[in-house]
Design a protein around this ligand. Sequence first.
Ligand code: B12
Ligand code: SF4
Length: 449
Amino acid sequence: MEGNTAVFFTPPFPSHFAGMPCGLLELATACRNVGINSKVVDLSSAACGSTVRRDDWISRTDTVLRQVDGDSPFFGISATSPSVFDALELGRFLRASRPTSTIAIGGPHLVHDPQFLADPRASAFDWAFHGREAPLRQMAAAIASGSAPANIAQVSYRNTTDVRNSGRAGHHPTRKALPEMDHRLLQDASLYIFANRELAEYAQEGKTTQVYTSKGCPYTCRFCVAGRSRTKGYALKAVETRLRELDASGMRFVFFDDPTFTWDRERTTAVLKILSSLSFRWACQTRVDCVSEELLHDMRDAGCDYIFYGLESGSTRIKKFIRKDISNRRIRQAVLATHAVGIKVAVSVIFGVPRESPEDVQATLDLLSSMSVPIRVSPSFYAVYPGTDAEKDLAGEALDYLAQQSRESVWLEFDDGYGAHHVLPASHAQYVLGKLTDLAGSVDDLMLL
Ligand code: B12
Ligand code: SF4
């Protein structure tokens, strides 16, 4: 067999949170299942919350490369838009260290960058996957054969002289079953601290993970790449099997990555029924207008520990612009009801929306401080991603994510900050950060994540 070793990396990019690289674990597991010696190295989580020192990620990567057998290993890198610049750097480093390796790239950024391989800055890469969901078995078979998966839809690959496309556009239908994901293929599971730092203990013991039961969301928020999809998610039978497996394996806490966990009430009820019979506790992310008092009771009874709400703003003007126009009254009602049933509350708030005024910033701070219940606050800064309506607003201004974006240290304080493309400058982020820090210092119930 040609490709007998595969190492999958996230780029050396400092995310705000550390989180399981589920996609890479699925790919590595599929490769392991066809006899490839596989591993996942999460350089992003290793750099969580701080700027990345080049000598640090290089020495981590070097250590891994020393353990890699064979002359021509397979290296796969997963890139989001903020981390694609770092993916290029890692690709170049791997190419220089192992000239005859095969290096591939995939992930959320590649979905909206079909011309990636044709860019001279991406010359280290042999092939790229541009789909949202990899056909895992076929992909693993191609990796094992050492060739680019030219027969798989949404793949581009390098020929001797040019870049070719698999020529089969279109979407892979969402699978019925949730793919297998073996956490033991992670190089270092102790990196995972999650949004809720109390979970660090479980993570150290490998007893917490992330999982998803659906990937779409029907809403149309201006900045989001996950919206406009009414996909129902994975078959409930498959969800049940996966959740029972996790429970039986001793998982104590599970975070659901579904973009909006409760948007489909009927399905939520069915998933809660499954969860009620399991012993792990869990958390999810959703919208305040996708919960009710009754549902919150059911969620609590099914083991829900905290909910992460995309609250976004207290300013009516901003909420209209981003197309998440939910009244402050409704927001407050949902937050208070969540707290009242005994579920912890975390919220995401967005600053830096085009033409944001000091009054808009203040409206969000006022909303947060008016709740009087403990809330964890995760601040984001409005970022423009390829494929979103926010990108269309740029009216032709070219978005060049392969060039380095926003790297001043203030962005590290914001989720969707460091490495993203912003409309408003770092000075505005600094202003917002000052206001947020003052607020967290004066209101006991608020904790900045
Ligand atoms: C969980 C999650 C996280 C976790 C873990 C991330 C991780 N390492 O996977 C944490 C909290 C750490 C995180 C951090 C960030 N995230 Co995040 N995250 C998600 C979330 C909710 C789920 C991702 C997931 O697990 N999907 C399921 C897996 C199976 O899919 P997948 O990873 O895409 O992988 C599949 C394919 O893409 C493909 N594939 C992926 N990589 C590769 C590589 C190769 C070689 C091949 C062949 C195929 C392939 O095969 C996989 C299997 O089908 C998504 C939103 C969503 N619901 O999708 C946002 C999302 C991916 N995150 C996003 C962003 C922006 C970020 C941050 C920048 C935020 C920040 N400022 O800190 C950071 C960046 C982290 C980084 N390293 O780049 C954006 C990306 C948008 C974009 N265009 O880039 C998303 C889409 C959210 C959004 N709606 O905007 N995130
Ligand atoms: S921000 Fe949330 S509600 Fe809006 S489209 Fe994205 S996932 Fe859906």
